[in-house]
Structures are given as C-alpha cells and as structure tokens.
Design a protein around this ligand. Structure first.
Ligand code: RIB
Length: 327
C-alpha cells in the first residue's frame, strides 16, 4: 500500500487509523489507492501490533429507557467515524454485571468503557483507567465525564411552574445514590426558595427512573392525602407513570395537575397531552463521551475533565396555570 501510494508505512497507518491527523490531500490520495487496490486492513494483525481491540464497551443501566438509545447513537457515530466498534452492556444497575464488563478491559478484550451509571467499575490496571462517564458524574477527579447542568435545568423547570402560579409542587426524585439526582433535587429546592415557598418534604417521593416508579410515587402521595397542583419528575419515564396514576384517580393533566419531566425522550412530544420537559442533548452527550474516550486511548496523559452541557426547558401541553382557588 505504502509503495503504491508513494508514502511511508507510518503515513498509511495514520491515514487509516487516525485520519484526523493527516492532511486532507494525503487522506484522499490514500483512500483512492486503497480503493484501487481493493485493500482490506487485516484487523487481527493490526490488533496484535497495536495491542488494541478497537472495541469499547458502553454500559447502561436500562436498555428499555429510550433516553439511552439516543446517547448510544451518538457514541456509535463517533466510534464508527474513528474505526471503533461498540459493545452494549445493560447492567440493570448490578455491580456484578458492571464488573464483568470492566474485567474485559483488564483482559484486553476491549479498549475502554463509557459508563452511563453513577459509579465507575474497578479495573485492575496500572495508570489512568480508560473510562469515561456519560450523563452522570462521579466525584473522582481522574474520571472524565460529560453531563448536563442538572441544578440549573431542574431549577428552570420548577421556576416555570412557579411562574404559572403553582405553590404546592411535588417532586419525584431519582435514585439518591446518583449525584445528578441530588443536583436535580437541589434545583427543585433552589426554585422554591427563590419564590419564597416552603419545601415540604412530604411532597417528595423517590423512584428508580422507571415508568412504574413514577406511577407508584404519585399513588403514594395521593394515598397519603397530599395536596399539590404540579409535579416535577426527575425523568420522562417517571413523568409518564405519574400521568397515568393521575388519570386513574380522575385528575386531568394539565387542568388539575401540571406535570414536567426531564430528558425529552422521543415519546414525550407524541403523548396526549405532550410532555413539558427538560431536553437533554442526548446525541451530543454520546458523541462527546466517545470523543473523550478516544482522546484518552490515544494519549493516557491527557488531563481528565468534566464537561457540562446545557439542557433546555421545552414547554408543551402538560403544564398550565394553577387552577383558580389553589394559588
Ligand atoms: O432517564 C434516565 C436518566 O438517567 C436520565 O435523566 C439521565 O440523566 C440518566 O443518567
């Protein structure tokens, strides 16, 4: 290949494996020679030489949650553009499953991991772990992460309910072990504080991000006789469950109770009423996580960083002014 293209072996190798670092003219020239010669890189030989598998593991807690499919699409796009394949590992938040995938990296069956969980599995390796955290973050400063500003986004959601005149705003929290869930709760509290509203702990119920958990949370609050005119849910799936629980009690959304979610999964805009929510940049989260991992695999000395993206409120039909007589 190198002889046919009249360049060095190293240039061919760079053009095929890290096209971003060669000039466009060289890349196009080599691509043309590759095509002309019908060359197929021998992956096995290449892996033996570089000790790379060009396979990465994407760990996600719940494959049925559509939020993650869009993040994974972003991961896959950048992986494909850079000659990597992606192995999906659904962990169902099990430490044992997470560890089994982490062991693949230690055994050099995969190059690295993007985890969408709030913890990072232990990999018995020396030096910097080839791990990036997506959508979540951990306190460990050595682990690079990309996630949204959950405090600001949650606050924007609750501020909006306040502007609609709501005073009794319930909160369906996510798993308390996750820093992003703590941040969403902080955003909820900050908005109440800023409006001079008391934060009533009896109006908070906790869920595990599933539709069923959202349903159970609202049933619990209603069965306790709690009175509220709006509810902010820590993700869209729980908001969908909440809406179902409200409907089964004959409560109308948004006329009686306003509902806000978080994520902006695809289904949210197609529901009746469509869900007001916080739109997370799901594709960008995935793309950035994969870029960070590639950067780290290419240069283990690259400084770790926490990249925070913004998330925006999308107003739809599930929210309305507080009913008369309840403000
Ligand atoms: O819906 C799943 C949730 O878990 C999302 O809100 C996301 O931020 C994630 O970590």
């Amino acid at each position: 290949m190198a002889a046919a293209a009249n360049v060095s072996v190293a240039t061919v190798s760079r053009a095929l494996q890290r096209p971003e670092i060669v000039s466009e003219a060289t890349r196009l020239h080599i691509q043309e020679v590759v095509k002309r010669l019908g060359y197929t890189p021998n992956a096995l030989a290449r892996n033996l030489r570089t000790a790379r598998t060009r396979l990465i593991v994407a760990l996600l807690p719940d494959i049925a949650n559509p939020f993650f499919s869009q993040v994974i699409r972003g991961i896959e796009q950048v992986a494909h553009e850079n000659g990597y394949s992606v192995l999906l590992g659904e962990t169902q938040s099990s430490l044992v499953r997470e560890q089994a995938y982490a062991d693949m990296v230690a055994a050099r069956q995969a190059d690295g991991i993007i985890t969408m969980s709030h913890r990072v599995p232990a990999i018995p390796m020396q030096g910097r772990l080839p791990v990036v955290n997506a959508c979540e973050y951990v306190k460990d400063q050595q682990i690079s992460s990309v996630y949204v500003d959950n405090v600001t986004a949650a606050r924007a959601a609750v501020d909006y309910l306040v502007t609609l005149g709501h005073r009794d705003i319930a909160f369906v929290a996510g798993p308390p072990a996750s820093p992003i869930c703590i941040d969403r709760e902080q955003g909820y509290r900050l908005a109440l504080d800023a409006a001079g509203l008391p934060c009533n702990p009896a109006l908070t119920a906790v869920g595990d991000f599933s539709i069923e958990a959202g349903e159970r949370a609202i049933e619990l609050l209603l069965s306790q006789g709690q009175s509220f005119t709006a509810v902010f849910c820590s993700n869209d799936e729980m908001a969908i469950g909440a809406m179902r629980a409200l409907a089964s009690r004959g409560l109308r959304v948004p006329q009686d109770i306003s509902v806000v979610g978080f994520d902006d999964i695809r289904f949210s805009r197609y529901m009746t009423p469509a869900l007001t929510t916080i739109a997370q940049p799901k594709n960008a989260l995935g793309r950035e996580a994969m870029s960070m991992l590639i950067e780290l695999l290419n240069d283990p000395e690259v400084p770790p960083r926490k990249r925070v993206l913004s998330a925006d409120l999308v107003v739809r039909g599930s929210t309305a002014p507080c009913p008369a007589g309840k403000t």
